[in-house]
Design a protein around this ligand. Structure first.
Ligand code: NAD
Length: 456
């Protein structure tokens, strides 16, 4: 199949590379010239496991990049839209990029195409795409619009794409369904995951292929993200109660998660969700509900608990250090989660900014997110209140406390005696519960975590 993917960001680039991996001929389109230059040279502009290897494998063969939507439309049967849908000032998803791309596609369409929205969009966006296509001169006989929400997670995006639990397509006609079935058939009939020479099979099995109408597919994506965000906030609320009464959130998770109706996944207490998806998608879903006349105030609580979780963490830092002005603090982790260099809406960045505002001097370390964090924190770095270190032990030199803010494996296997010897005061405040309190106590640390009693 000839495919183009418009928007070569986290989702678009992974999709383009993986569609090539599945045997399709793919054009990745972006309007960022620097990104295109890097990609043409085989350089991946983001940190994502396995992406460089797959790019190398397919670049120049089944995969090319272009800045031209007209070229992509001409050469493809199926056009995926994967541009950003950021939060607008009103809390709605800003669909400006999706609209701009749709108008551009409409201008160049001369033969039958399938347009697939893969970006996360509010319900009924596919109707708006259809309308916009027609208004901009495309004959309704020359296109179909389908929805195919993406569920990959940054940090494991390639394996999530190639070994998904499910593929959801929202269609209004058999033409769209047939095309999308054909595109994804290697993931559903077993022909991809059985090829051991490629990416080791992750114990994968055939993906569940779910066909719905377009409105349901759009709702499935918002529902999934809102539900996962709710699980996180729910467990953080439980952690706050456990902490106050001498409970242990790890034990609670085990006891609750053993119920198969509940399960243990996504029930880790911490400093709250962040990233470029959950915060904006929960807010956008709240706006959608309001617009259709339903007061989905459960989502307000999810967002409030999440925001408050940062404050709860900062309160612990104050408890541990008393006053904050001129305190030296090492921060382990800046990415919003492990496995990525993405710092968009990262709780770690928010916490660093709050501590800087209170007069702390920060030395931060992250295995891959420091360059992006530097530009996010910009001015702060200039003021010399935030410095980056080349490893965690250097970051911890002479500090009053270490804060663990991202759940990188590297931070879960620190050389504890070495860390202890580096620090001025042996205080660790762990926002990701990477250690058992008794282990840290035995290693001589004052240790605060989330939903468990502090040890001194
Ligand atoms: P991103 O910001 O990383 O990438 C968007 C890309 O689109 C950028 O490279 C940008 O240059 C390009 N672009 C914007 N306008 C363009 C235009 N007119 N023509 C060509 N290219 C254009 O965004 P992302 O994280 O990949 O997210 C994309 C969508 O996928 C969003 O709707 C997001 O909610 C959704 N999503 C993201 C994830 C994730 O983990 N990042 C997961 C699932 C779904």
């Amino acid at each position: 199949m000839n495919i183009s993917v418009i928007g070569a960001g986290y989702v678009g680039l992974v999709s383009a590379v993986c569609f090539a991996e599945l045997g399709h001929t793919v054009i990745g389109v972006d309007n960022n010239p620097e990104k295109l230059l890097a990609l043409d040279e085989g350089k991946v502009p983001i940190h994502e496991n396995l992406l460089p290897e797959l790019l190398q494998r397919h670049l120049g063969h089944r995969l090319t990049f272009s800045s031209s939507i007209s070229h992509a439309v001409r050469e493809s049967d199926v056009i995926f839209i994967t541009v950003g849908t950021p939060q607008s000032a009103t809390g709605h998803a800003d669909l400006g990029y999706v609209e701009a791309v749709t108008r551009e596609i409409a201008k160049h369409i001369t033969s039958m195409k399938l347009i697939v929205e893969k970006s996360t969009v509010p319900v009924r966006t596919s109707d708006a795409i259809r309308r916009t296509m027609t208004l901009n001169g495309a004959s309704p006989r020359l296109f179909s619009v389908a929805s195919n929400p993406e569920f990959l997670r940054e940090g494991s995006a390639v394996t999530d794409f190639l070994y998904p639990d499910r593929i959801v397509i929202g269609v209004e006609d058999s033409f769209s369904e047939e095309r999308l079935r054909e595109i994804y058939s290697p993931l559903c009939d077993g022909s991809y995951y059985r090829r051991e020479d490629l990416i080791p099979g992750c114990g994968a099995s055939a993906a569940h292929f779910i066909v719905t109408n377009t409105n349901s597919a759009e709702l499935i994506k918002h529902t999934s993200n809102a539900f996962l965000a709710m699980k996180i906030s729910f467990m953080n609320a439980i952690a706050n109660i456990a902490e106050r009464v001498g409970g242990d959130v790890d034990q609670i998770r085990e006891g609750v998660g053993a119920d198969r109706r509940i399960g243990t996944s996504f029930l880790n207490a911490g400093i709250g969700y962040g990233g470029s998806c959950f915060p904006k998608d929960v807010l956008a879903f709240r706006a959608v509900a309001r617009e259709v006349g339903y007061d989905f105030d459960l989502l307000d609580a999810v967002m409030r608990i999440n925001k408050d979780q940062r404050h709860q963490f900062l309160r612990k830092v104050r408890d541990a250090l008393w006053t904050l002005r001129d305190k030296r603090i090492a921060v382990f982790g800046l990415a919003f989660k492990a496995g990525t260099d993405d710092v968009r809406e990262s709780p770690a960045i928010e916490i660093v900014e709050a501590l800087v505002n209170e007069g702390c001097l920060i030395t931060a370390y992250d295995p891959v997110a420091m360059p992006r964090a530097l530009s996010e924190l910009g001015l702060r770095v200039g003021e010399n209140t935030v410095r980056m270190a080349s490893d965690p032990y250097i970051a911890a030199e002479d500090v009053d406390a270490v804060l663990i803010l991202t759940e990188w494996n590297e931070f879960a296997s620190l050389d504890l005696p070495r860390l202890h010897s580096q620090m001025r005061l042996p205080v660790v405040i762990d926002g990701r519960n990477l250690y058992r309190p008794e282990v840290m106590e035995a290693a001589g640390f004052v240790y605060y975590s989330v939903g468990r009693a502090a040890v001194f």
